[in-house]
Design a protein around this ligand. Sequence first.
Ligand SMILES: [Zn+2]
Length: 74
Amino acid sequence: MTDVFDRASEREQELRDDALQDQRRRAGLAGKTYTDSARECHVCDEPIPDARRRAIPGVQTCVDCQAEVERALP
Ligand SMILES: [Zn+2]
C-alpha cells in the first residue's frame, strides 16, 4: 500500500518541479545561474541582496520592483 502513496508523492513533486520550471521559463530565467543575477536592480538601481540573487538565479530586480512588475501583469 505504501507503494501507491510513494508514487503519488513522487508525482506530486514532479508536478511541482514542472510548475516551477514553467514559471522560470515564462520569467525568462530558465538556465540562469546565480552569477547571472544582477547586483543592482535594473529598475531602481538598489543593490539586490545576495540571498535573493541566490534564491532566484538570473534575477534582475529587487523585491519591491518585482512586486510592481507582477502587479502590472495581466
Ligand atoms: Zn528595484
